[in-house]
Design a protein around this ligand. Sequence first.
Ligand SMILES: Nc1ncnc2c1ncn2[C@@H]1O[C@H](COP(=O)(O)OP(=O)(O)OP(=O)(O)O)[C@@H](O)[C@H]1O
Ligand SMILES: [Mg+2]
Length: 222
Amino acid sequence: PFPQCPPRARAAVASLVPGRSEPWVASAARSGAMVFADVGWDETGRWDLAGLTDLAHCQAFLPNAQEAMRYTRTDCPRAAAHALAEHVPLAVVTLGAEGAYAVDSATGTAAEVPAIAVEALDPTGAGDVFVAGFVTGTLANWPLADRLAFAGLTAALSVQEFGGSLSAPGWAEIAAWWQQVRTCAGQDPAALQRYAFLQDLLPATARHWPLRRAVPTIGFRP
Ligand SMILES: Nc1ncnc2c1ncn2[C@@H]1O[C@H](COP(=O)(O)OP(=O)(O)OP(=O)(O)O)[C@@H](O)[C@H]1O
Ligand SMILES: [Mg+2]
């Protein structure tokens, strides 16, 4: 059975379900964990933000564009992010192949980072990988735009492969990608600059892109 409260941690990710409060969320927040909230499609069709009671204990909320617009009754994902920022310290709306847009309610600042262009083979888990990348950058105290870029990069690399969490890239893959885009001709220097923060985080020598991966075979039987 799932423990009443997860072990003490600096960060936790909660999948909020409308109308259902999970006591561990408040308790983790009380013990100092930064809670990042994800959400899914509201099968009840109510899309009532007040039904996401645990959002009050969360530092960040990361819905996709459709979810964000429905919860805020807006027709623009960026407007939705601003509306959500009135309920949570940091609202991040993911925009699929367009990237992500975030609003920090403490400072009122917004940031947007476009996605990198990839051949999307399997979008499963893009949202989850994005959250994981965003948590990583937050724990490392990176600026908001760097966190969006890193989360988006990890999610974009994951949609190029089959699988959900199994397709999340590791550091070796990120290093190989960075070396590849830095050294191939014809890149837009301004676009490249957005990822320059990676330079200090990655080993000086990387393996060659693309890295060969084992394809997960679970779940592919007819
Ligand atoms: N085709 C794509 N190309 C590049 N990046 C992508 C693509 N699709 C998704 N991403 C990245 O993944 C992030 C999350 O994707 P999306 O907005 O579709 O979330 P989601 O609908 O919650 O996904 P999920 O189906 O996993 O729940 C995007 O913000 C983007 O950074
Ligand atoms: Mg999602």
